[in-house]
Design a protein around this ligand. Structure first.
Ligand code: HAM
Length: 416
């Protein structure tokens, strides 16, 4: 078969009803968890000033260097389709004076994000994240609460094979000192490093921990680790987060090599990985970003949060939500516009009464209507005849006359 002339662009995909049902379940589960914990929904635009991401996410990150969908508007302003949600939410926090609200401001979100990455399973150019942020507290309780919420979400959805990795980057000062130490280590082993890592020793030495290159991996095995360099308060904070997770029964492992692809993180970072996902194994992750609000022009405001990839959750679940089925299909026997009109009115009444009801929209004969009712999974078929109505049970095949004045009760009885 020839390929269709128009297809969804590379790295994007259509969410067909079967997948949309699963997505609906994920979204509803997350919304309920957020609501119970007091994380109120927020929505920001799909695009922002490019500078917001350059400053927020960081010039040296892959996201800003290579992956942004950036364009000029007709006024020559540089805009970018949002690659992530945390910088925009901090922008909104500052712009709308949310500092005046009760702190921390706890927010949740869900929507499309865009990164020009090489598409593969679990990695798309338009994908969807759901996430939560607590802005305005440096308490380890917030870190633990948020990590607990993502653990709860994945558990409630039944995502198999999930593991939580935890690390800490310390404060910006600790990190700066550590980065110098790390760069010195990398420079003293330059010849053994991959070309990509070597070229970015200065720009982004932490990414060397992520490298697949064998030589680089050997160098990194002996590299100093940031968690070993945390100063007093950072170490205490990290210990407190670990203690709270232990108390809540959230299992994790400490990963001293954990790095994340965004520059704003300070102190706690975490990553939920799933063994069903192949190369793109991270299902969700996040951390603290105590400097970001200030970096975007606000007052110094500590914050923590995470985002999870909805498509990755869907891949891991490999699940089919059963098709919803229909309570009743209203079939019309014989010809006649009038009876078809009556069927449509009746469907409206049944829907108002809370039943799912459909009518034939294709001008089929009675046999065709039954076939269609079967295909869409109708549990009962109401047949409107010239002088009465019959109710047909699609499972048992049983059929009985019903009174026009009493249809809703009859159909509900047939449902039971
Ligand atoms: P991130 O790790 O870049 O963090 O993305 C979060 C999640 O989005 C990933 O764990 C993954 O599941 C999903 N994801 C990322 N890129 C793609 C892609 N190309 N295709 C499919 N899924 C993808 C952030 O974005 C931070 N804003 C998280 C955060 C919130 N940190 C603090 N607060």
């Amino acid at each position: 078969m020839a390929a269709p002339k128009y297809q969804a662009p590379r790295g994007t995909f259509d969410v067909l009803p079967k997948a949309a049902r699963l997505r609906g379940r994920i979204e509803r589960t997350a919304a309920a968890i957020f609501a119970r914990a007091g994380y109120e929904p927020i929505a920001t635009p799909s695009f922002e000033d490019t500078e917001l991401f350059e400053r927020g996410v960081g010039h040296s990150t892959d996201i800003v260097r290579k992956e942004m969908f950036t364009f000029e508007d007709k006024g020559g302003r540089s805009l970018t389709l949002r690659p992530e949600g945390t910088a925009p939410i901090c922008r909104a926090y500052v712009e709308h004076g949310m500092r005046a609200l009760a702190q921390p401001v706890k927010l949740s979100y869900l929507g499309p994000f865009f990164r020009h990455e090489r598409p593969q399973a679990g990695r798309y150019r338009q994908f969807h994240q759901l996430g939560a942020e607590a802005i305005g507290t440096d308490s380890p309780l917030a870190d633990a609460e948020l990590i607990g919420l993502l653990a709860e979400l994945l558990a409630e959805l039944g995502v198999p094979g999930v593991e939580l990795r935890l690390g800490s980057l310390g404060s910006l000062d600790t990190r700066r000192a550590y980065l110098e130490e790390l760069k010195a280590h990398l420079r003293s082993h330059e010849a053994e490093l991959s070309k990509e890592v070597r070229e970015r020793i200065d720009a982004n030495p932490l990414r060397a921990f992520d490298s697949d290159d064998e030589g680089t991996r050997a160098v990194m095995a002996t590299a100093p680790k940031l968690v070993e360099r945390l100063d007093g308060e950072d170490a205490e904070h990290f210990e407190a987060v670990r203690g709270l997770l232990d108390a809540a029964g959230v299992a994790y492992s400490i990963d001293p090599t954990l790095v994340r692809g965004l520059d704003y993180y300070t102190r706690t970072i975490f990553s939920f990985v799933c063994d069903r996902l192949g190369a793109q194994s991270e299902i969700g992750g996040g951390g603290r970003y105590d400097g970001l609000v200030e970096q975007l022009g606000g007052k110094a405001t500590p914050a923590v949060g995470w985002a999870a990839g909805i498509e990755r959750i869907m891949l891991a679940l490999e699940d089919d939500e059963p098709a919803p089925g229909r309570d009743v299909f209203i079939a019309v026997a014989g010809e006649g516009h009038e009876r078809r009109a009556r069927a449509l009115v009746l469907a409206g009444e049944l829907r108002k009464a809370g039943l799912s009801a459909e009518v034939d929209l294709g001008g089929r004969g009675l046999k065709g209507q039954f076939k269609h009712a079967d295909r869409i999974g109708a549990r009962q078929v109401l047949i409107l005849e010239e002088d009465g109505a019959q109710l047909h049970n699609m499972t048992s095949g049983e059929q009985r006359s019903v009174e026009a004045g009493n249809l809703i009760a009859e159909i509900t009885r047939g449902e039971a």
